[in-house]
Design a protein around this ligand. Sequence first.
Ligand code: ATP
Length: 393
Amino acid sequence: MPLWKRKKKEETKQEKKIEEEKKENNEKKASKLPTSIQEALSEEPEIEIDEGLEALGIDLGTMNTVVARPAEEEFLVKQFPSVVAVKKGTNRVLAIGEEARRMLGRTPEDIVAVRPMRHGVIESLEYAKFIVQYAIELGSDNSPEEIERVAVGVPGDASEVEREAIEEATSDVGMDKDNVIVINEALAAAIGAGLPIAEPDGTMVIDIGAGSTDIAVISLGGITDQETMRVGGDNIDQNIVDLVEEEFGVRIGIHEAERAKVEVGKVFTETEDIEDKEIEVVGKDIETNKPKEITIDSELVAKAAEPVVQEIIRAIESILDRLPPELVPGVYENTVLVGGTSLMRGLRARIEEETDVPAELVDDPLTVVAKGAAIVAAEPKTLEPEIRLKALK
Ligand SMILES: Nc1ncnc2c1ncn2[C@@H]1O[C@H](COP(=O)(O)OP(=O)(O)OP(=O)(O)O)[C@@H](O)[C@H]1O
C-alpha cells in the first residue's frame, strides 16, 4: 500500500500553473536529498506528492530521542533523553526528557522513572508513547496538529510487533497510520549522511548507539545485508562500573561511568596517537560504605570498551565475509560511522586497522538518523524502487 496519497491530474489551465509551482517547490525540497536521488526526482515525477507537507523524522533511541524537521536548506533538530517519569500506579507523567533522566535510580517510592527503549527496541509501549508524543510536540514547536507525516527509525532487526507498536504510538497521538513510516535506522542514517544509496556499488553504515549496533550494506536503495547486535555504549558504561569495583573496591553510578567514558574514553589502537586523560569520580567504598574519590584514566575506559569493540569488529568481519565482490569497491569508498558511541577516540582508526575498511565519521553522528528519517518523511519517494531504478539510468 502506498505511503502517501496519489492524486489524479486534471488538465485545466489553473492546475497546470499549480503544477509548475509544485515542480519549483519540488526542486527546492530535492536539494536536501542525496544527489543521485535528487537527479532522479528532478525528472518529471510519475507520482505526485502533497506539497507544503509538514514532516518530522524521529530517532527513537535507547538513550536519546532526536527529532528533526526539514526547514529551508537545513534541519531544526532537537533531542532529549528517552526517559519518562510517572507517578506510580497512575498514568500521570511527571517529567519527560532531561528532568526525568535526573530522576533515574534516584526517585522516591511513588515515582517511577523509566527508559522505555532497551537495547534499541521498545520495551514498554505504554511509556514509549509518551516519548513519541513529546518528540512530535517538541519537533513541531507545540503544534503537533501541523505535522502530517512522521518517519521513525528502528533497528534492522525490529520485529513486526515493534514496528506496529510504533505505528500505534504515533496514531495514538493523532497521526493517521498511513502517514507514519517506520524506516530501518541504517538506511535513514545513509540517507541523512548523503551516501549514494541508490547506486548499485554498495555503501556501508556502521551505527553504534547506546543500546544497539547496526551494520548495514546498502545497494540500489535497499539493505542487502545487515548485522544487528544488542550492544553499544551502555555496555561500556556497565563494564566501567564493574572494572572500577574490581580495581578500586568502589561502586560508582552509571552516570559517572558514562561521564568518564565521554570525557576521557579511548579505544586501543596502534595507528592513532591518543592523549591519555584522567577524571575524578566519587563512588561508594564497598567495605566502609563511605564516599570515596577515585581517578579513572583513558586506559581503564579502553579496557572496559574492549569486549564491545571486539564484538563490533567481529560483526563487520562477518558482513565482509559475505560481501559480494561487486559491492566491495563501493563499501571501500563509502563506509560511514554514525551513532554516539562512534565518537569514542580511536574507534574509527581501530576499525580501519582490523577490517581494512576506511570508515569516515560523519559530522553529526548523534542526529544523522533523525535527519535521514525527516528526508524520507518529507519525500517518501526516496525509498521507492522506481526512483532507485531511475537513479541508475
Ligand atoms: N563523545 C562521546 N564519546 C563516547 N561516547 C559517546 C560520546 N557522546 C555520546 N556517546 C555515547 O553515545 C551513546 C548515545 O548514542 P546515540 O544517541 O546514537 O544512541 P541511541 O540512538 O540512544 O541508542 P540506540 O541507537 O542504541 O537506540 C551513549 O552511550 C553515549 O554515552
